[in-house]
Ligand binder design. Structure first.
Ligand SMILES: [Zn+2]
Length: 382
């Protein structure tokens, strides 16, 4: 029997090691591992030149590049395959392990579905977060027709600087101007959240909802329009602020609403991003409150079956997305005054600052990475 192990050095990486008596008869050794939720195994070759007698042979897998990123809290299955010079090979026993952020000593509280990992004297906060997340999982699963839930790991950090090194940063600009409050990794079933933030429960439940949306739409998750995904996530947010509503009002008054068919991507301008969130939230609420209970379940099923968004809406809600949008605008009283609004006024940074009391949360999503994050601006006036 060969002794082997793996150790987390996240955010830097993961170290795999195996004990060998000698390297004489060995041609190659591979470490093969799969992140739970991802489709395939990946493998790397160990360097036999590094072999030293009486020491384990190690392979360090860096998780610092975005292409090899693994969020802390991920479960990995791994094994080694040793290829001998005589053409035979040996596969070590498969092992499973959850890899946490190596910089802290973690404790956990477990619910039926969710496990909250935390460190330091914050067990009461962790329990509160567990309750909120479990409630959200059940509520949103009912709404979207998810019958069975796999476990979800929530890594609760104590402040932003702790979380900074481990979140995926989209760009330098973003890292300089935004604070990430939370990130959801739907494939890996992991949520990262800044538990020290005032809106931690809201952020955690928003992110958990993204994971349930992914489950409700299975492999067609990429087919979920961003506005629908974010609208549902804000519906699942148990601490909704007033911020998005104010941006929605501003957009209505200044004729800046976007057609939902254009909101597969959100605009880069922060003010307009907040508008996109605000109208997505409002529209999803309208759909949930004004149509029969099973409509959202049907919509998720249709998207899962890879129907187009247009067809999915018609078969679930009985009318097209455009018609639903008109109904929503009527409900808000927008349609009648549409023609008298001005489009010339600009919301400047001062006006942005005046919304400070509400939710300033603003999120950028990369559909390709299946990664959904929750940001707040670092400084309101910069
Ligand atoms: Zn989101």
């Amino acid at each position: 029997m060969l002794n082997d192990s793996a150790k987390s050095f996240i955010p830097k990486g993961i170290e795999f090691s195996i004990d060998l008596l000698s390297k004489e008869s060995i041609d190659d050794i591979q470490i093969k591992f799969k992140v739970d939720g991802r489709k395939s195994y990946q493998y790397e070759y160990l360097n036999l030149d590094n072999f030293l007698e009486n020491e384990s042979l190690k392979y360090f897998f860096s998780t610092e590049r975005s292409s090899s990123y693994i969020p802390p809290g991920s479960k990995l299955t791994y094994f080694f395959e040793i290829f001998f010079k005589d053409g035979t090979s040996h596969v070590t026993e498969k092992k499973e392990h959850i890899f946490l952020d190596s910089r802290f000593e973690w404790e956990k509280v477990e619910g039926e579905i969710v496990t909250i990992y935390y460190h330091g004297p914050v067990s009461r906060r962790a329990k509160k977060m567990l309750e909120a997340c479990e409630d959200s999982v059940y509520k949103i699963s009912d709404l979207l027709g998810v019958e069975k839930n796999e476990n979800i790991s929530v890594m609760m950090y104590n402040n932003y600087s702790e979380m900074f090194d481990v979140v995926v940063k989209k760009s330098e600009t973003q890292a300089n101007s935004l604070i990430t409050e939370g990130q959801a990794f739907a494939t890996e079933n992991v949520v990262l959240v800044d538990g020290g933030s005032g809106s931690a429960l809201g952020v955690a439940t928003h992110e958990i909802t993204h994971i349930i949306v992914a489950r409700a739409t299975k492999s067609s998750y990429l087919g979920v329009p961003l506005w629908l995904n974010e609208g549902l996530a804000e519906f699942g947010n148990i601490e909704q602020g007033q911020g998005y509503d104010r941006y929605l009002e501003w957009a209505i008054d200044t004729g800046r609403l976007f057609p939902f068919s254009s909101l597969n991507r959100f605009p880069g301008n922060p003010n307009l991003t907040l508008v996109a969130y605000g109208q997505s939230k409002s529209f999803v609420e309208f759909l949930i409150n004004n149509f029969p209970e099973g409509s959202m379940i049907k919509l998720m099923k249709e998207i899962s079956n890879k129907k187009s968004i247009e067809d999915s809406f018609i078969s679930s809600f009985g009318v097209s997305l455009d018609d639903l949008e008109i109904q929503w605008k009527k409900d808000l009283g927008i349609i009648d005054r549409k023609n008298e609004t001005s489009t010339s006024s600009e919301l400047n940074n001062g006006a942005l600052g005046s919304c400070n009391g509400g939710s300033m949360g603003f999120e950028l999503s990369s559909i390709i990475l299946l990664l959904l994050a929750y940001f707040v601006k670092k400084k309101v006036n910069n």
